[in-house]
Design a protein around this ligand. Sequence first.
Ligand code: SF4
Ligand code: SF4
Length: 231
Amino acid sequence: MTENNITETLRNLAFELDADFISITDKSCFEDSDYTGNKPQDVMDNLQSVIILGVSLPRGAFETLPKGRGEYTNTLMAATTTLRVIAFKLAKLIEKEGYMATIAPSEGSEYGYWYADRETLKADLSFKYAAYRAGVGNFGMNHLLITKDFGPKVRMAAILTDAPLDTEEKAELPFINDACSECMKCIEVCPVDALTSEGVIHKEKCAEYMFNVLGGLRCGLCIKVCPLNNF
Ligand code: SF4
Ligand code: SF4
């Protein structure tokens, strides 16, 4: 298959397997000066493309918060499991074409703390930035990806590959969603003041809250209150 055909086949398979979105960026976006995350090139030397897969989450997981934290956490895990299965099948398909593919660590939490470096709280790459550059959405004041179709209530997975796949155009969207300036609900609802109106996130406060105060359950309030969800 040509790179064109592989990309099309991957997209079709992802949707057949119940992904809600799939986007592809090339390695160059992680070299840009506005990117502050870890580089996936440090994991795969000959990286060419990053595939981002996503699913949206059911409304009930948010509407039952905060009492339904156990259910919310389990629903995030179910989304992550679904994405892992889809990513695994796509990775196998890529390798059948003679390329290499591996799936970046991700889990059911809003900011990916569980698999992140424990000091910096950063993952091997920013899935959100890769999706932003592929036009899936832009960022909210909650530091999550606000997808155009679903809002922030999504989970994502990432495949690293040396296959030079067809990529989307660079996003024309503003980096921060326009609606945020008139809203700030996520900042007001955060129980530990991890989010600020200056656009800073104190990840350590959020992680400490989920790791220790909630005993590993996820919080989700800064997603629940966002008016950009398509509930
Ligand atoms: S809750 Fe409001 S400020 Fe926060 S991300 Fe959503 S729209 Fe932006
Ligand atoms: S503590 Fe909760 S509301 Fe605050 S940033 Fe973390 S997940 Fe969002």
